[in-house]
Design a protein around this ligand. Structure first.
Ligand code: FES
Length: 771
């Protein structure tokens, strides 16, 4: 399909899950401390993502949440889903262990991670400054210096355990430096960190509990001593010094108990997760050799490769929440007080959000949507420090040791519910082939990546046109292949790609066979368009090299409906064709209604007639045929769904006709957005209050709400930036909205509960309150 795209509809019907009991046999067998989950948490919960996305685990005493959208929803609502149990011992302490801890005066209290509102946001705001990207930028040099020192020490050895040689100590040194904590006792901190992790998220035996309690007690005392030492340096630098000063300035917001507990928790949080994520990153990349090779050849791929590693093999596997009221998640009823294990590692491979989700792909353009850092107001404050370190590790290693190989080894992991990364990563190389032996400047040259998440516009894979053909009047069909001859990622019906050519970025639905290694698209020449489709028509030829983003799917087929009506207008046939193929393969009940000016202008007619006989109705305008949309909607079976792609007037008519149908009946995708460009001379500035973060922002007349949110450090997804895709949606609590997107239905606009931040604004500059 040529032009921009927008989709609307419920991606997945939870009916199947609802119909099942959350206490199934598989749920009863689920063991968070054993076998499959410890070996590969995302794979272990594949069945759950597919069949039962929320289930009760009697062995754990927790409700397990496995799908991306559900996990995100839980993270977002920190009132209904309290973080209060995030640091609770998942295996209760034995009386003996409790006695030991008491002997040390252990009194772990709430920290930033597990406190409720409004206290949490008050503290977070008071202590956030050090984590802002601008304030982290100056630390890049120190991270690089420490990394280089470590690599210098082993580069001529030919074999090393990366964890022992670099990935443990550098993050710990960086963390201690960031916190302002003396670096005296690095060795002892490792034991303490492991003890804290096993104590909180592990399943120690009764005997182990006592030994661990001693380590944890000593860690508690050690943290106390560091605080005393730091209090004697009132001008000390680093985040913990700042916390201690805030403790003196505002003891109500940052009390003594908080300082001690935070010291203990942050020493672990600030480095352990980065060490584990970095170890996982090297293992993953060296296992996927092509990706490693691509990075060696093009270091600009590093920021997104790091995000993809965090998605595919991130160090934070699962987190915990507790329901403060009876509610439902993914259609499953949850009682008040229910404890939830929300498994980010599973959400990170959910096909509903990530096309071909279990495939490792450093070109994935939405890898940054991963949930490894959490989401919402409790999102990891140190995320940009971790990103910075992982990028520098990778940049230095791929430049200086591109011939690095994984050594033969058996990987081991600390058994627990929530953190994951190999204990050791043994690597080998031939030092004679070290590039810097031939060119010494290689040791010091490096890229600089700005602190923060990578920009989507920088991510694109190289592709090549394999075949060009005429599909209909003004429509070219293109088959494209990976420029290096690899398989392109898998995709699902309704998915699209973005083709980048000479500054034009245009989205096209995939319309070939979903099981192929190449992609097929159809490009309509748009006489009044912005020039992208014209340029493709001019230059498309076999062998032409292009760049491509995606695939992404914002027009997903719910495969649980009772029947389907597919409606296409003109070039809107492209996603509809893929859906028809999929429904045929599934053996489902479907009909296709295809409208166009004339048969000569309608692409894929022959293929549709051959592949979908008896299912297809063709309406060619020059033959006087018109689709009677009212009759088509009236004929929809109970539980049936409509998928439509075509011009605005067709979508509007279908919206009217389905207004009284159950939510999720109509799913649609547009060709193009309404005019969303800002004209500052006609716009009003307005203020936005953000309930979750407690911030108030000014949105100037020449700035979108999306840009104002991003500038204030709030991570918010965005794709099209023109009101088409729905990715930048925010929840509206108060204020009147001037909706300018083509995502929301009329009913949703009237409800005034959601808005697209890339284009919609407040009415007449009135204040808006968002969640
Ligand atoms: Fe796509 Fe806003 S609707 S980014």
């Amino acid at each position: 399909m040529a032009g921009g795209k927008s989709s609307k509809g419920r991606p997945d019907n939870p009916a199947a899950a609802e119909a099942q009991c959350p206490f199934s046999k598989k749920a009863a067998e689920f063991d968070a401390f054993a076998g499959p989950y410890q070996a590969d948490p995302a794979e272990a919960l594949r069945w759950s993502r597919e069949q039962l996305p929320v289930f009760y685990s009697p062995k754990l005493g927790y409700w397990v949440v496995s799908r991306y959208d559900d996990i995100k929803a839980v993270f977002r609502d920190n009132i209904l889903f309290s973080p209060r149990n995030a640091l609770e011992k998942i295996t209760p302490a034995t009386p003996e262990a409790m006695e030991v801890l008491k002997g040390y005066g252990y009194a772990m209290n709430r920290t930033m991670v597990n406190e409720d509102e409004p206290v949490h946001m008050e503290r977070r705001r008071a202590l956030m400054d050090h984590f802002l990207p601008d304030n982290l930028e100056a630390r890049q040099e120190m991270v690089r210096r420490l990394t280089r020192e470590k690599i210098d020490a082993f580069i001529d050895s030919g074999r090393v355990d990366l964890v022992d040689a670099m990935l443990y100590e550098v993050p710990l040194n960086v963390a201690l430096h960031f916190l302002g904590v003396p670096e005296d006792d690095i060795a002892v901190l490792k034991n303490f960190s492991v003890a804290h992790s096993v104590n909180t998220w592990g399943k120690p035996t009764d005997e182990q509990q006592v030994a661990i309690a001693h380590d944890v007690g000593q860690f508690w005392n050690y943290a106390g001593k560091i605080i005393e030492k730091m209090r004697k340096e009132p001008d000390g630098t680093g985040w913990m010094h700042e916390t201690i000063r805030k403790n003196a300035e505002m003891p109500d917001v940052v009390p003594d108990s908080y300082v001690h507990s935070m010291m203990m928790a942050i020493i672990v949080a600030a480095h352990e997760t980065t060490s584990l994520a970095s170890a996982g990153m090297f293992k993953t990349l060296l296992t996927h050799r092509q990706a490693w090779q691509d990075i060696c050849e093009d270091p600009s791929l590093i920021p997104n490769a790091v995000e993809e590693c965090l998605r595919y093999s991130g160090s934070i596997v699962a987190w915990r929440r507790q329901a403060t009221a009876a509610t439902s998640i993914g259609g499953v009823e949850i009682p008040e007080g229910a404890k939830l294990l929300i498994v980010q590692a599973s959400g990170n491979q959910d096909e509903r959000h990530f096309e071909d989700g279990d495939k490792f792909d450093i070109y994935r353009d939405n890898a940054v949507d991963h949930l490894t850092f959490g989401y919402g107001s409790h999102q990891c404050m140190g995320k940009n420090i971790a990103r910075m370190e992982m990028r520098i590790f990778l940049e230095e290693m791929t430049r200086r040791l591109p011939h690095l190989q994984l050594a033969e080894q058996e990987f081991t992991y600390l058994s627990n519910t929530s953190f994951r990364g190999p204990d050791h990563v043994w690597v080998e190389w031939d030092p004679v082939k070290n590039p810097e032996r031939a060119t010494s400047s290689i040791a010091n040259g490096n890229h600089h990546f700005p602190v923060g998440a990578p920009a989507r516009r920088d991510i694109a894979r190289k592709i090549r046109v394999k075949n060009v053909r005429r599909e209909a009047d003004g429509i070219l069909g293109l088959t494209i292949e990976d420029a290096k001859g690899r398989s392109l990622p898998g995709w699902s019906a309704g998915a699209h790609i973005e083709v980048c050519l000479e500054g034009f970025d245009r989205k096209y639905s995939l319309c070939g066979r979903a099981d192929g290694t190449d992609y097929d698209i159809a490009v309509l020449l748009e006489e009044d368009g912005r020039g992208g489709s014209r340029r493709i028509h001019e230059v498309a030829a076999e062998g032409l090299e292009l760049r491509l983003r995606g695939p992404s799917n914002l027009f997903r087929l719910d495969e649980q409906a009772s029947s389907y009506v597919l409606i296409a207008g003109g070039i809107g046939i492209t996603p509809i064709l893929a859906m028809a193929d999929r429904l045929k393969a599934l053996g489902r009940d479907y009909t296709i209604h295809y409208c166009g000016r004339s048969r000569g202008s309608m692409a894929f007619l022959d293929r549709l007639q051959a592949d979908h006989p008896g299912r297809l109705a063709i309406y060619a305008g020059d033959e006087g045929a018109r689709a009677d949309l009212a009759a088509i909607v009236a004929g929809l079976h109970d539980g049936g769904q409509i998928y439509a792609c075509g011009p605005q007037r067709m979508i509007s008519q279908l919206e009217d006709l389905t207004a009284s149908h159950p939510a999720g009946t109509l799913h649609f995708e547009h060709f193009s957005a309404q005019e969303t460009a800002l004209d500052p001379s006609k716009e009003n500035a307005f203020q936005v209050e953000l309930k979750d973060s407690g911030l108030t922002l000014d949105v100037a007349a020449d700035v979108t709400l999306l840009d104002a949110l991003l500038a204030s450090g709030i991570d918010i997804a965005c794709d099209c930036r023109e009101g088409l895709c729905g990715s930048c949606e925010v929840e509206v609590l108060e204020g009147e909205i001037d909706h300018r997107d083509v995502v929301l239905t009329r009913t949703e606009r009237a409800e005034n509960r959601r808005m697209m931040s890339c284009c919609s604004r407040s009415v007449k500059g009135g204040k808006v309150k968002l969640a």
